[in-house]
Design a protein. Sequence first.
Length: 181
Amino acid sequence: MKGLLLLANDVEDIEALGTRALLIRAGFDIVTMTFEKSLTVRTSYGLSVKADKNGKELDVGEYDFLVIPGGPYVAKKIDKEQSIKKLAKSFTDKKKTVCAICAGPRFLARAGLLDNKKFTAFPGSEKDAPNGIYRPEKKAVNHKGIITARGPGAVYDFVYEIVAELQGAKKAKALLKDIQY
């Protein structure tokens, strides 16, 4: 299976790179992409990372799922960024899994993708999803093909839900055992 993972300047390091590493460990092919002008992005903790593709050259049909990490970039871009919302909507329109962690679910909320769905997110982010069913006590939530998680401390739970959704609970449990979680 092939996943698409969004990178942006000020993306949260653990949410982006930790999620990527765990998904690759689980056997997924993960392609990173960005809508930034350059393929090289700078994470919120100063690491330079080069994305595999620019968002303008994407064919959503090539991917089975989408991952949107959080980070400070979300607050900076949420009101003007349309590309991320459109990308997430294109995945859900094709009945493909969409995953977002921390502040990343704000993009899903603004695109109307969390309406009447259970979700979790970084505290305060739920205000963007007034029609969603916010579950602040959960580290990760999977509801009808939308997987959300609270923040960097929930990366393992987030990846578990992704793997369980796409490869089954047995494979997800094996991943956690393999990494000594």
